[in-house]
Design a protein around this ligand. Sequence first.
Ligand code: PLP
Length: 406
Amino acid sequence: MTPINENFGKMPGSYLFSTVARKVAAYAAAHPEAEIIRLGIGDVTQPLAPAVIAALHKAVDEMGSAETFRGYAPDLGYSFLREAIAENDFKARGCAVTRDEIFVSDGAKSDSANIQELFGADARIAVCDPVYPVYVDSNAMAGRCGDYDAAAGRWSRVIYMPTTAENGFVPALPEETPDLIYLCSPNNPTGTALKKHELQRFVDYANEVGAVILFDAAYEAYIVEEDVPHSIYECEGAKTCAIELRSFSKNAGFTGLRLGYTVVPKALVRGGASLNAMWARRHGTKFNGAPYIVQRAGEAVYSPEGRAEIREQILRYRKNAAVIRDGLANAGYTVFGGVNSPYLWLRTPDGMSSWEFFDWLLSRVNIVGTPGSGFGPSGEGYFRLTAFGSYENSVRAMERIGAVRR
Ligand code: PLP
């Protein structure tokens, strides 16, 4: 018999969002008259910015002519895009990240799932709890997480760092020493963000114990507060301990177009090996480059027109976040996030579990959200709503929530 990867057999049921989708589909089939408002999954709804569309059209035309046709893209990304990223996302913020430390990809989901390949089979991971599920699941598939306790919703080898209202959504440094520390700021799902000194504490700790931080900044574009860093490289010493993951999905609406990048500093060395060289080797072997037309679209995000148009889109989502935040607070809910983030994180009322509240909200007011327990054990008793819907739906959803008695 062909041996299989036994770790898949340990994985809990299905991916969180598949379970939500299945439940919503069943409800919709049973209640065809229900006007369901979906504030669950973190997908954008506004169309691509005109500057991005223009760049796509131009690049498509180039592909149709022998003189300008492009075949395989460079594995690590076209220079025009890597330079635009280095200049705008880093140099402009005083971070010394160079073009050859930037690896262009098809998005942060694949990068955040694949990056663990650089590390040993017995590396211990630490994650914020609750957290974007991909970090834990990808390590579990690689056999690093031990066994899953379904009742507790915990893996035996994962170091969970509770990130809850009790600690102001700032995790304490882990008690056991990890090899890899996943941090996401602004965080999905809590919608909260780490301040510079809070992130600096993790950087200092990682340098001290020799751990590597995997910093996911997919929601960087939503930061408004001054003391919240946009990049981990704003912290001193981060280049010797941190990898940063970025995405074009939530800042420029590329969820369907697919583009992201990862920064692996040259100064990041573990076990005598350059992680930058290892990631270049891995990328070169397993990835044949993001499409030319998509990389041109990514370049347009940094053009003056692109920047202005995208700022406008983010403002709209931010306006939705404010509507939802105020609506929930007025309806008596305890709500967090939604300031530096498109996510709102609320406490479930009356001691309901996250899934009980999911069912209640769907059946009583036909609103879909995401149960907090799906993001980790400390997410139990919380619930996530997103600001990625339309303004009208955000307002309607809050009217519905405000109108029902719990
Ligand atoms: N990282 C976080 C924290 C996310 O919430 C998401 C998507 O929801 C991603 C990464 C995935 O981004 P991408 O669309 O670039 O794959």
